[in-house]
Design a protein around this ligand. Structure first.
Ligand SMILES: [Ca+2]
Ligand SMILES: [Ca+2]
Length: 392
């Protein structure tokens, strides 16, 4: 057993000396956030048990006062030979917290006891249960899996000492490491790779700011509806549900793909799927696609699992948005559509063309290639001309 806990000072003012790069600013921040959360310590049954003993106010973290109680207990037990033979002892629990304090609170982001600082890559991300932002995460996933989208996400990303953020419409939306940790610990946003949470936090703040100016609101929404929704302080402006705040905003202000890439998005109806999906198959890196569906599509035992969604079901919603990640065409011309669900973007779900057509409502397409964009416009205008003719 390491004895780090005996050898270092845990007080924030002293731990500052262990961190030569810390500015006065960061030091003050560290003192104010002396809270070591569950995500920082780790997650298992032993830790849950120890938290139930030492997290006296049950807020999911150990603060300064609670730490002092823990330290007293640790010192009392230091000479005790009847130490726990397996699992996490009070000494190890104490040492884990001391190590976190030694690193300096607010210098690193932790998930399940591991340091996971943002690196710009968006790996495994799971949409949070409390936030209905599938519409947002599916777009981020779709962009990330194209060459142009990945470059634009990276270009929008801002990293400063102790802060991460996103530049939207020329303005930087920055978050300290402690704020990002608090967002992770809140379990409100996505979980997994913290790079995704930074985009969620930035756009939520951006929409919140837009909502403060009445000029940004849609003209056709009743004033009473607006005030009822805006005054609901629990609702996030990223929420796509019924009482969504962002849909009060003029649509051109909330076009996340346009804001991040500058490119237009085109809605495609089912009759035009074959042409657009062939385009995706041939130009995967230059075409980003999302689609909406009234079905919950997941992977179970390696096979696609499809369930109808409605408000009364477990899902509590009737519409969900997905990334269309790729299209594979076999030698005999059969198309397989590879999708990801924002509930777990790390899982590729293959659907036959027939199945995809049956479960999707419509698709939204963005391309960085002007020739392809013209092709999309032609496909759409031909379709609308056919419609016009049919009406005559
Ligand atoms: Ca506490
Ligand atoms: Ca990452």
């Amino acid at each position: 057993m390491t004895k780090i806990g005996n050898e270092i000072n845990y007080l924030p003012d002293d731990s500052k000396q262990e961190q030569p790069a810390a500015s006065t600013d960061t030091t003050n921040k560290n003192v104010s956030v002396f809270k070591v959360s569950r995500n920082m310590i780790g997650t298992n049954e032993d830790i849950s048990h120890l938290m139930s003993i030492f997290d006296a106010d049950n807020d999911g973290s150990i603060d300064y006062d609670e730490f002092q109680v823990l330290e007293k207990k640790y010192k009392e037990e230091a000479g005790n030979r009847n130490q726990k033979s397996s699992g996490i002892s009070i000494a190890e629990f104490y040492n884990r917290i001391v190590n976190i304090l030694k690193n300096g609170i607010g210098n690193d982001i932790y998930i399940n006891g591991k340091i996971v600082n943002p690196d710009g890559n968006i790996d495994e991300v799971h949409q949070g249960k409390a936030l209905g932002d599938c519409w947002f995460l599916s777009k981020i996933n779709a962009l990330y899996h194209t060459k142009f989208g990945k470059a634009d996400l990276e270009a929008a990303r801002v990293v400063k000492e102790g802060e991460y953020g996103v530049k939207i419409s020329g303005k930087e939306y920055m978050f300290t490491v402690a704020e990002i940790q608090a967002a992770i610990d809140s379990k409100k946003y996505s979980f997994g790779d913290p790079d995704a949470i930074i985009y969620e936090l930035a756009f939520e703040k951006y929409f919140d700011e837009l909502l403060e100016n009445p000029d940004n609101l849609c003209d056709d929404v009743e004033k009473s509806t607006i005030s009822a929704i805006i005054n609901n302080t629990n609702a996030s402006s990223l929420n796509g549900g019924k009482n969504s705040k962002y849909i009060l905003l003029k649509p051109e202000l909330t076009d996340v793909i346009k804001l991040l890439t500058g490119f237009n998005t085109y809605g495609i109806s089912k009759s035009d799927y074959p042409q657009i999906l062939k385009m995706k198959a041939a130009n995967n890196e230059e075409v980003a696609i999302t689609f909406s569906s009234n079905y919950a599509i997941t992977l179970k035992n390696g096979e696609p699992h499809i369930e109808k969604m409605d408000k009364n079901s477990n899902f509590g919603q009737e519409c969900h948005e997905y990334e269309l990640k790729n299209v594979v065409i076999s030698e005999n011309g059969d198309m397989t559509v590879i999708i990801t669900n924002p509930w777990n973007n790390n899982e590729d779900i293959p659907l036959t063309m027939e199945r995809f057509r049956a479960v999707s409502s419509f698709i939204s397409v963005t391309t960085s290639n002007t020739a392809l964009e013209n092709e999309i416009r032609d496909i759409k205008s031909k379709h609308s001309m056919d419609g016009a003719k049919a009406k005559v």
